[in-house]
Design a protein around this ligand. Structure first.
Ligand code: SF4
Ligand code: SF4
Length: 140
């Protein structure tokens, strides 16, 4: 029996952009976002990233640990770099350990209202997302 993986992001939600967690970014992510802000890679890294446990992560802001690229407020928010956002964000929630794991998918549903709604996604498509997200997997 095919596994059902329905997902559609809820407009304005941004729950996953302002909850404690980690946003791991790849070199390609950093280069792309730095170019978008017309910053050198070095300046971008100094301003927006930190190295933790061998990973490059976005520096999250304040006690709420908001992403620095999150716009709006708790009622309605948006990603200020939507078109070029990190691969970890672009592939969410189709991450290894989540989309390929019944328990992981069920757990993630508790915090992401987009899981379980919208179109069902094919296994082929999910595998492509999982492969793309793999370099940023944090073993969660
Ligand atoms: S928590 Fe889920 S529904 Fe909300 S913004 Fe993130 S991906 Fe979209
Ligand atoms: S980069 Fe955009 S999508 Fe990713 S956590 Fe930040 S605001 Fe959310």
């Amino acid at each position: 029996m095919a596994i059902e993986r329905r997902f559609e992001c809820v407009a304005g939600c941004t729950e996953c952009c302002r909850r404690p967690g980690t946003i791991v970014i790849t070199r390609e992510d950093a280069a792309r976002i730095a170019a978008h802000f017309k910053l050198s890679l070095r300046k971008f890294s100094e301003r927006y990233t930190e190295r933790v446990h061998g990973e490059t992560r976005l520096k999250l802001l304040g006690p709420e640990k908001r992403c620095p690229f999150l716009g709006g407020d708790d009622e309605k928010g948006w990603c200020n770099i939507h078109a070029i956002k990190p691969i970890q964000c672009a592939t969410y929630p189709f991450w290894p350990g989540v989309a390929d794991n019944a328990w992981g998918w069920k757990e993630e549903k508790k915090t992401c209202p987009g899981i379980g709604r919208g179109p069902n996604h094919s296994q082929e498509w999910i595998q492509i997302q999982i492969r793309a997200a793999s370099p940023t997997a944090t073993g969660r």
